[in-house]
Every structure is written in structure tokens, then in C-alpha cells.
Design a binder for this molecule. Structure first.
Ligand SMILES: [Zn+2]
Length: 81
């Protein structure tokens, strides 16, 4: 884990209609070429390896808030780039 890894903020529930809800059945969801990982705010597992928030938003394009459900059940918000 590098110094640029981010521990994501978790929320208690998804807001239907305003959140893009992604389930991470298998971690990591994606591996990019950025510095740092995006780690679950509850269990600390990498949800996306070598992926910045900006990189995540480039791969999953949505105007909604990106919420990734970790395999531990935590709802992690990908910050706006
Ligand atoms: Zn987790």
C-alpha cells in the first residue's frame, strides 16, 4: 500500500435514484495504472488497485454518486474527481 492510497468514506445506505450502486463480488474491482489504491473504509481491503478517484470515474462514467459495496457489506463512496 503506497502513501497515496485512499481509505474511502462509508455510508449507511444507498440513495436510490441519486447513487450508482456497484457491487464488488470479487476484489479488486479494477486495476489501473495510477498511484495508490482505493481501500474499503470498513475492512481496509482494496476495492480498486492502482486507481485514483479520477481513474475510477473515467472507467465508470456516471453523473450519479459512485457507491461501491465491498464484499464485507460496507458502502464506500468514490469521491468526485
Ligand atoms: Zn470492506
Amino acid at each position: 500500500m503506497s502513501d497515496t492510497s485512499i481509505t474511502l468514506e462509508t455510508i449507511s445506505e444507498v440513495s436510490p435514484g441519486t447513487d450508482a450502486h456497484i457491487r464488488a463480488n470479487r476484489l479488486p474491482v479494477m486495476t489501473g495504472t495510477d498511484e495508490g489504491d482505493l481501500n474499503c473504509g470498513k475492512c481496509g481491503k482494496a476495492i480498486a488497485e492502482a486507481t485514483s478517484p479520477a481513474g475510477f470515474h473515467q472507467k465508470i462514467q456516471t453523473d450519479q454518486r459512485l457507491v461501491v459495496e465491498c464484499t464485507c457489506g460496507a458502502l464506500n463512496v468514490i469521491p468526485a474527481a
